[in-house]
Ligand binder design. Structure first.
Ligand code: GDP
Length: 190
Protein backbone atom coordinates (compact mmCIF):
# COMPACT_ATOMS: atom_id res chain seq x y z
CA UNK A 1 0.00 0.00 0.00
CA UNK A 2 1.70 3.17 -1.20
CA UNK A 3 0.72 5.99 1.16
CA UNK A 4 2.26 8.52 -1.19
CA UNK A 5 -0.55 7.65 -3.52
CA UNK A 6 -3.31 8.70 -1.13
CA UNK A 7 -5.69 11.33 -2.41
CA UNK A 8 -9.05 12.90 -1.76
CA UNK A 9 -11.44 11.41 -4.29
CA UNK A 10 -15.01 12.46 -3.78
CA UNK A 11 -17.58 13.95 -1.43
CA UNK A 12 -20.96 12.29 -1.12
CA UNK A 13 -24.21 12.60 0.72
CA UNK A 14 -26.30 9.86 -0.91
CA UNK A 15 -25.37 6.29 -1.91
CA UNK A 16 -25.54 7.04 -5.64
CA UNK A 17 -22.68 9.50 -5.07
CA UNK A 18 -20.39 6.96 -3.35
CA UNK A 19 -17.47 5.60 -5.46
CA UNK A 20 -18.59 2.93 -7.87
CA UNK A 21 -16.04 0.14 -7.52
CA UNK A 22 -15.27 -2.76 -5.20
CA UNK A 23 -12.32 -1.32 -3.31
CA UNK A 24 -12.65 -2.15 0.42
CA UNK A 25 -13.36 0.66 2.86
CA UNK A 26 -12.80 1.49 6.50
CA UNK A 27 -14.63 4.37 8.07
CA UNK A 28 -14.07 6.81 10.91
CA UNK A 29 -16.93 8.23 12.93
CA UNK A 30 -17.10 10.36 16.05
CA UNK A 31 -18.23 13.55 17.69
CA UNK A 32 -17.15 16.68 15.89
CA UNK A 33 -13.83 17.96 17.22
CA UNK A 34 -12.82 14.49 18.44
CA UNK A 35 -9.75 14.61 16.19
CA UNK A 36 -10.98 12.67 13.18
CA UNK A 37 -9.42 14.84 10.48
CA UNK A 38 -6.16 14.97 12.40
CA UNK A 39 -6.16 11.17 12.70
CA UNK A 40 -6.74 10.67 8.98
CA UNK A 41 -3.90 13.09 8.19
CA UNK A 42 -1.60 11.37 10.70
CA UNK A 43 -2.39 7.93 9.30
CA UNK A 44 -1.60 9.12 5.78
CA UNK A 45 1.47 11.22 6.70
CA UNK A 46 -0.19 14.39 5.49
CA UNK A 47 -0.76 17.76 7.01
CA UNK A 48 -3.89 18.89 5.22
CA UNK A 49 -5.46 16.09 3.24
CA UNK A 50 -8.45 15.92 5.57
CA UNK A 51 -9.40 19.40 6.63
CA UNK A 52 -8.96 20.21 10.28
CA UNK A 53 -11.93 22.47 10.77
CA UNK A 54 -11.68 25.84 12.47
CA UNK A 55 -15.39 25.75 13.27
CA UNK A 56 -16.35 22.20 14.13
CA UNK A 57 -19.31 20.28 12.88
CA UNK A 58 -20.41 22.35 9.95
CA UNK A 59 -20.59 19.65 7.31
CA UNK A 60 -22.79 16.64 6.90
CA UNK A 61 -20.83 15.30 3.98
CA UNK A 62 -18.95 12.03 3.55
CA UNK A 63 -15.41 12.33 2.20
CA UNK A 64 -13.73 9.43 0.46
CA UNK A 65 -9.93 9.20 0.45
CA UNK A 66 -8.49 6.76 -2.06
CA UNK A 67 -5.30 5.05 -0.91
CA UNK A 68 -3.36 3.62 -3.80
CA UNK A 69 -6.55 2.30 -5.42
CA UNK A 70 -6.57 -0.45 -2.79
CA UNK A 71 -8.42 1.02 0.15
CA UNK A 72 -10.70 3.91 0.99
CA UNK A 73 -10.69 5.91 4.19
CA UNK A 74 -14.23 7.14 4.58
CA UNK A 75 -14.64 10.24 6.71
CA UNK A 76 -18.18 10.44 8.08
CA UNK A 77 -19.60 13.76 9.30
CA UNK A 78 -18.93 14.50 12.97
CA UNK A 79 -22.00 14.29 15.17
CA UNK A 80 -23.05 15.95 18.40
CA UNK A 81 -22.51 19.53 17.37
CA UNK A 82 -25.01 21.50 19.43
CA UNK A 83 -25.55 24.59 17.32
CA UNK A 84 -27.60 23.09 14.52
CA UNK A 85 -31.32 22.80 13.95
CA UNK A 86 -33.37 19.68 14.56
CA UNK A 87 -33.89 19.05 10.86
CA UNK A 88 -30.16 19.40 10.28
CA UNK A 89 -29.51 16.85 13.02
CA UNK A 90 -32.00 14.45 11.46
CA UNK A 91 -30.38 14.70 8.04
CA UNK A 92 -26.96 14.18 9.64
CA UNK A 93 -28.14 11.01 11.31
CA UNK A 94 -29.59 9.83 8.04
CA UNK A 95 -26.31 10.41 6.16
CA UNK A 96 -24.30 8.44 8.73
CA UNK A 97 -26.80 5.64 9.21
CA UNK A 98 -27.41 5.14 5.53
CA UNK A 99 -23.71 4.76 4.84
CA UNK A 100 -23.09 2.41 7.78
CA UNK A 101 -26.06 0.20 7.12
CA UNK A 102 -25.95 0.00 3.34
CA UNK A 103 -22.35 0.08 2.22
CA UNK A 104 -21.23 -3.38 1.08
CA UNK A 105 -17.54 -2.48 0.72
CA UNK A 106 -17.31 -1.38 4.35
CA UNK A 107 -15.01 -3.73 6.28
CA UNK A 108 -14.47 -2.02 9.61
CA UNK A 109 -15.72 0.96 11.58
CA UNK A 110 -13.52 3.03 13.86
CA UNK A 111 -15.47 4.91 16.51
CA UNK A 112 -13.42 7.80 17.87
CA UNK A 113 -13.84 9.05 21.42
CA UNK A 114 -11.77 11.64 23.28
CA UNK A 115 -9.57 9.87 25.84
CA UNK A 116 -9.84 12.78 28.28
CA UNK A 117 -13.58 12.56 28.84
CA UNK A 118 -16.26 9.99 29.48
CA UNK A 119 -18.09 9.17 26.27
CA UNK A 120 -21.01 11.58 25.75
CA UNK A 121 -24.63 10.53 25.37
CA UNK A 122 -24.16 10.85 21.61
CA UNK A 123 -21.16 8.52 21.76
CA UNK A 124 -23.19 6.02 23.78
CA UNK A 125 -26.04 6.15 21.26
CA UNK A 126 -23.63 5.76 18.35
CA UNK A 127 -22.02 2.77 20.03
CA UNK A 128 -25.36 1.14 20.87
CA UNK A 129 -26.25 1.44 17.25
CA UNK A 130 -22.93 -0.01 16.04
CA UNK A 131 -23.36 -2.89 18.45
CA UNK A 132 -26.72 -3.73 16.96
CA UNK A 133 -25.25 -4.01 13.45
CA UNK A 134 -23.49 -6.98 11.92
CA UNK A 135 -20.33 -4.96 11.53
CA UNK A 136 -16.82 -5.17 12.91
CA UNK A 137 -15.76 -2.12 14.91
CA UNK A 138 -12.93 -0.83 17.07
CA UNK A 139 -12.82 2.13 19.47
CA UNK A 140 -10.04 4.70 19.04
CA UNK A 141 -9.31 6.90 22.07
CA UNK A 142 -7.96 10.13 20.58
CA UNK A 143 -5.70 12.89 21.94
CA UNK A 144 -3.62 10.43 23.96
CA UNK A 145 -0.85 13.03 24.38
CA UNK A 146 -3.23 15.15 26.46
CA UNK A 147 -3.45 12.73 29.39
CA UNK A 148 -0.59 11.98 31.77
CA UNK A 149 0.81 8.51 31.37
CA UNK A 150 -0.26 7.58 34.89
CA UNK A 151 -3.93 8.23 34.01
CA UNK A 152 -4.17 6.30 30.75
CA UNK A 153 -5.31 2.97 32.24
CA UNK A 154 -8.00 4.68 34.25
CA UNK A 155 -9.28 6.63 31.22
CA UNK A 156 -9.41 3.50 29.07
CA UNK A 157 -11.36 1.56 31.67
CA UNK A 158 -13.79 4.47 32.09
CA UNK A 159 -14.42 4.46 28.34
CA UNK A 160 -14.88 0.69 28.38
CA UNK A 161 -17.39 0.78 31.22
CA UNK A 162 -19.28 3.88 30.05
CA UNK A 163 -19.83 2.36 26.62
CA UNK A 164 -20.42 -1.07 28.20
CA UNK A 165 -18.01 -2.56 25.68
CA UNK A 166 -18.00 -6.28 25.20
CA UNK A 167 -14.69 -7.76 26.22
CA UNK A 168 -13.50 -8.61 22.71
CA UNK A 169 -13.90 -5.02 21.46
CA UNK A 170 -10.54 -3.27 21.21
CA UNK A 171 -9.69 0.25 22.33
CA UNK A 172 -6.67 1.76 20.58
CA UNK A 173 -5.19 4.85 22.27
CA UNK A 174 -4.01 7.28 19.61
CA UNK A 175 -2.30 10.64 19.26
CA UNK A 176 -2.09 12.61 16.05
CA UNK A 177 0.57 14.76 17.69
CA UNK A 178 3.00 12.03 18.73
CA UNK A 179 1.69 9.34 16.33
CA UNK A 180 1.35 6.90 19.21
CA UNK A 181 -1.09 4.17 18.23
CA UNK A 182 -0.50 4.72 14.54
CA UNK A 183 1.16 1.32 13.93
CA UNK A 184 -1.49 -0.53 15.91
CA UNK A 185 -4.25 1.23 14.01
CA UNK A 186 -2.64 0.41 10.66
CA UNK A 187 -2.29 -3.20 11.74
CA UNK A 188 -5.98 -3.28 12.56
CA UNK A 189 -6.85 -1.77 9.17
CA UNK A 190 -4.61 -4.00 7.08
P1 GDP B 1 -12.56 16.62 13.86
O1 GDP B 1 -13.60 17.69 13.99
O2 GDP B 1 -12.99 15.35 14.54
O3 GDP B 1 -12.09 16.38 12.45
O4 GDP B 1 -11.31 17.11 14.75
P2 GDP B 1 -9.96 17.82 14.25
O5 GDP B 1 -9.03 16.83 13.67
O6 GDP B 1 -10.32 19.02 13.45
O7 GDP B 1 -9.34 18.24 15.68
C1 GDP B 1 -10.02 19.09 16.57
C2 GDP B 1 -9.00 19.82 17.43
O8 GDP B 1 -8.30 18.89 18.25
C3 GDP B 1 -7.94 20.55 16.61
O9 GDP B 1 -7.62 21.73 17.27
C4 GDP B 1 -6.76 19.59 16.62
O10 GDP B 1 -5.53 20.24 16.49
C5 GDP B 1 -6.90 18.94 17.99
N1 GDP B 1 -6.37 17.56 18.01
C6 GDP B 1 -6.77 16.54 17.21
N2 GDP B 1 -6.11 15.41 17.49
C7 GDP B 1 -5.23 15.72 18.48
C8 GDP B 1 -4.24 14.96 19.20
O11 GDP B 1 -4.02 13.75 19.00
N3 GDP B 1 -3.54 15.63 20.17
C9 GDP B 1 -3.76 16.94 20.45
N4 GDP B 1 -3.04 17.50 21.43
N5 GDP B 1 -4.67 17.68 19.79
C10 GDP B 1 -5.41 17.08 18.81
Amino acid sequence: LNLNNARYEITAVKPDQYPKNDIPEVTFVGRSNVGKSSLINAMLNRKNLARVAATPGKTRLINFYNIDDQLYFVDLPGYGFAKVSKSMKASWKDVIETYLSERKQLRKIFLLVDIRHSPTSDDILMHEWLKSMERSYVIVATKLDKVPRSKIKERISDIRSTLKLEEHIKIIPFSSETKQGRDELWEEIL
